[in-house]
Write a protein that binds this ligand. Sequence first.
Ligand SMILES: Nc1ncnc2c1ncn2[C@@H]1O[C@H](COP(=O)(O)OP(=O)(O)OP(=O)(O)O)[C@@H](O)[C@H]1O
Length: 246
Amino acid sequence: MRWIVCTQNLAKSFGALKVLKEVNLEVYPGETVVILGGSGSGKSVLLQILVGLVPADSGRIWLHGYEVTQFRKEKDWYPVRLKTGFLFQIGGLYDSMTVFENIAFAMRYHLRLPEKEIKKRVQKILDSVQLKGVEEKYPAELSGGMQKRVGLARAIALNPPLILYDEPTTGLDPIMGDSISRLIRHLQRTYNISAIVVTHDLSCAFKVADRIMLLYDGKIMISGPVEEVKKSDNPYFKQFLKAIKE
Ligand SMILES: Nc1ncnc2c1ncn2[C@@H]1O[C@H](COP(=O)(O)OP(=O)(O)OP(=O)(O)O)[C@@H](O)[C@H]1O
């Protein structure tokens, strides 16, 4: 099966700090890959590189069949971004826009749909993330969990075949975190969406992942199905488990 995301020997440093040394990963259609890693291990940087927000120093990346590391112009990214939803770790919503406007924005910009159709679609999306009656509210008026749901609604507004989630449950209480994890799973099962979820929340990881990877020392140290990784006695994984329990 052909992958939807593939990286080869991806590397990124900030000054003397080598964050990513050699990241090789593949994500297949319909698959949810969770990338675990301690704080500062480079998970967010990896996602930012994948969507072109941060340039890689070296290595190659393919997304949706395009080699994005060959892109030279901003507009080369457009078709790739249309097919890739991004749920930001914090914020990511436009504070001065209502929930409705936040979701409708991308539809107006990219799809140029009539207003009536946009209204219908926004309603449907808000239903699918179990948010109703908040269309006219502003992000600041919502709880953290509701904001994440709106972020999720925005990430799926254009029906992307791939969603990248940056710490989707961070800052949420366990019940809200659990409901976001279930929502991620639901989206994957209902729409066959492929996903990369970066997190250090094990409970979220075990709920949503088809495959788990561990990013450590700038490399993917483990990659395997959830049940296999859970039982793994890989020393890096054990060290990670120990660190998050402390
Ligand atoms: N723009 C930047 N300039 C300089 N250093 C950066 C930049 N972005 C990230 N870093 C550094 O790269 C390292 C990895 O950061 P990153 O945010 O990817 O970690 P993370 O694994 O997502 O951690 P967390 O789980 O705490 O969010 C950190 O040491 C961070 O300080």
